[in-house]
Design a protein around this ligand. Structure first.
Ligand code: HEM
Length: 206
């Protein structure tokens, strides 16, 4: 039996974010170090990469804001997450002494990833505006330098977080179909998100 996890609009939005993340990320890396400058070829050369990067980044943040507005409630920290964290050692190092980990729609690990995405994208947005020369006059030079460092640090944190996010999506077998087909199996839900599974089962049919 299959359970609905994401609507079509949420999945389209998610994959749009992925596309914009790759474009903004690759063009941003091209400016990070000369050895990565070749990446600008993907965007039509240096000047085009520089012109397009802020628009692609802004597009990613706006698309993410729509997704986050629908998901933040399910990512609030609860006692269940504290228990999940206490048992996470079992999961990583094997054993599962305590049986299945408790989790609602998202487990504590996913919630941490979600909030890191929110904070790092906010920092990228605010600091990016501070040195978007095409639209905003150059302000204080020191402020701009601090903004550039924070922008690069937030980007590095976001990239590492997305690597963890993708690794987890592959590692937890059966998760991928949630974002490709919108559904998960009954067994997957009962095993990985038992409290969400129970709530979905108890919900009266639409
Ligand atoms: C190739 C890259 C990516 C893959 C393969 C991927 C895969 C997935 C999968 C399979 C899920 C469903 C997990 C579940 O329902 O348990 C998911 C959820 C999600 N993804 Fe991605 N994703 C990628 C990139 C991104 C990026 C770049 C962002 C944002 C910057 C993002 C944000 C989210 C969010 C917010 C959720 C909902 C989970 C939550 O709120 O904790 N993903 N992703």
């Amino acid at each position: 039996m299959l359970l609905q996890r994401y609507r079509d609009s949420q999945r389209i939005n998610h994959w749009l974010i992925v596309l914009l993340f790759l474009c903004a990320g690759l063009s941003g890396l091209a400016f990070f170090h000369p050895s990565l400058y070749f990446l600008t070829h993907l965007f039509g050369g240096g000047p085009w990469a520089r012109i397009l990067h802020p628009y692609m980044g802004l597009g990613m943040v706006i698309a993410f804001a729509f997704l986050a507005a629908q998901m933040w409630r399910d990512n609030r920290w609860t006692d269940v997450d504290r228990q999940w964290m206490r048992q996470s050692g079992d999961m990583i190092f094997g054993g599962h002494k305590h049986g299945t980990q408790p989790a609602h729609k998202y487990n504590a690990g996913q919630k941490i990833v979600f909030w890191i995405m929110v904070v790092s994208l906010l920092i990228l947005l605010v600091t990016g505006f501070m040195f978007w020369h095409a639209w905003f006059p150059d302000g204080n030079i020191l402020m701009r330098r601090v903004a550039v460092v924070l922008h690069a640090a937030a980007a590095a944190i976001l990239i590492l977080t997305i690597i963890i996010h993708v690794y987890a999506a592959i590692w937890v077998k059966g998760s991928f179909r949630a974002m490709t087909r919108g559904t998960v199996t009954d067994t997957w839900a009962a095993h990985h998100h038992p409290l969400w599974h129970k709530a979905v089962k108890e919900r009266p049919p639409a």
